[in-house]
Design a binder for this molecule. Structure first.
Ligand SMILES: [Zn+2]
Length: 422
């Protein structure tokens, strides 16, 4: 399609030529007399009254002519003391030529700089190439353009991908070669960011969901590097989601358990069980409670629930009581099977080191819930509700947190999970 000049405007020492299509032009500077000739290629002037010659305020003669049917020529003829600068606007349908006396420009360099910045902004760059580099578990995508790249990134889910908008950069005229999939990247797609915007959208389709990315540009800004690295923590979390733990808050409903000083054991058991659940879930572990509310549950039901889940471990939480002596206090940990001994040891030691409570020993006993669960299973008597000091530990929110922390640390140790550094 042939381009057509729709209007020509002379204003503020600038000549603006507006056309219906994108402009292709050549600019020729000639000496003696000093002049500039701009030819708009594949272009014509429909309104022939636009073809004219006039003198500018700087005493320069500007002539618009049509040397052939598909060429429009603008010539600027004046003294050598005139500086002319031509550039296309953003939509490439307007060509602007600014004219200034040379002494105007030499007086203040600022003018020159401003013009250059405008030029940078107005003429978009072009996306040159995209390369992928792989190095161990790192993958780098390198985007090169003809101009400095300004960009926005958007991490998107379902499917996992990273979108990058390259601002003031146009997609290449010829499609870039397709990339073969790597261990981290399945494909790279290139398109226009949004209609009317001189921006390119690059979409990197990712193979994995646990990748972190970092961006960097070279000194000129024409190269953008996006480095993908596996997020170890997320990777571990994903692995741990497969680990199941059953927590059994003892008693419930009409079965209150021990009851002293206005406190009922069933409530304490449930509070600490929930705190422990939250802690373990922070590590991505899947946690089940045999009861989540104040309801009665038989021992057989607790075992049935646990055996249907087949967890990595089972922990039953209780508070102790002794009617005959209110002086007796301390933590007791029970196990029955050989595979449970280590877990009992870790739990017991962890409570002793986290709380100021006496050692009432690790014991072996055939409690129903730990005898019938064929996984590492323990029953922890966290303290004596019948003792004043232990009851304080069991009923204060602060020390309940410490119990939960102690149990968490022991369980993590048993599952060989590295605790988070705080
Ligand atoms: Zn109990």
């Amino acid at each position: 399609m042939i381009n057509k000049v729709s209007s020509i405007v002379w204003e503020n020492n600038s000549l603006s030529i507006n056309t219906t299509e994108k402009i292709a032009y050549t600019e020729t500077r000639l000496k003696e007399p000093d002049r500039v000739v701009i030819d708009l290629l594949n272009c014509s002037v429909e309104n022939k009254s636009l073809l004219k010659s006039f003198k500018s305020e700087l005493d320069e003669t500007i002539t618009i002519s049509e040397p052939s049917r598909d060429q429009v020529r603008i010539s600027f003829l004046g003294t050598a003391a005139i500086n002319r600068k031509s550039y296309l606007t953003n939509n490439e349908r307007t060509l602007i030529t600014r004219i200034a006396r040379v002494d105007d420009l030499s007086e203040g360099k600022v003018v020159e700089n401003t013009e250059q910045t405008t030029l940078e902004k107005v003429v978009p760059g072009i996306l040159k190439e995209i390369n992928i580099e792989e190095d161990d578990d790192e993958t780098t995508v390198i985007i090169s353009a003809t101009k400095p790249i300004k960009f926005n990134t958007y991490a998107l889910k379902n499917p996992d991908r990273l979108a990058i908008d390259l601002l003031n950069i146009l997609p290449p005229d010829v499609p870039l070669p397709k990339h073969s999939p790597t261990s981290a990247i399945s494909s790279i797609r290139i398109g226009r960011a949004a209609s009317g915007l001189a921006a390119t959208r690059v979409v990197i389709d990712l193979m994995k969901s646990n990748l972190d990315f970092d961006t960097d540009t070279n000194l000129l800004g024409t190269k953008l590097e996006i480095e993908f690295k596996p997020n170890k923590e997320k990777e571990e979390q994903a692995k741990r989601a497969g680990i199941k733990v059953v927590i059994d808050p003892g008693h419930g409903g009409y079965d209150t358990g021990a009851s002293y000083g206005g406190f009922e054991e069933k409530d304490i058991n449930l509070i600490i069980a929930n705190k422990l659940k939250n802690n373990l879930e922070d590590y991505g572990i899947t946690v089940f409670l045999t009861r989540e509310e104040d309801s009665f549950l038989s021992l057989a039901e607790r075992v049935e629930i646990t055996n249907s889940i087949k967890p990595a471990l089972f922990i039953s939480i209780h508070g102790n009581a002794l009617v005959s002596s209110r002086v007796i206090r301390g933590v007791e940990t029970y196990y029955w099977t050989g595979q449970s001994q280590k877990l009992a040891y870790y739990i017991h030691k962890s409570i002793l080191s986290n709380l100021n409570i006496p050692d009432h020993f690790i014991r072996r006993a055939q409690f129903y819930v730990i005898r019938h669960t064929p996984v590492p299973a323990i029953l922890a008597e966290l303290g004596f509700l019948s003792n004043h000091d232990d009851r304080k530990l069991l009923t204060s929110s602060t020390t309940q947190d410490q119990y939960a922390k102690a149990l968490t640390e022991a369980i993590l140790k048993f599952l060989e999970i590295e605790p988070k550094k705080k």
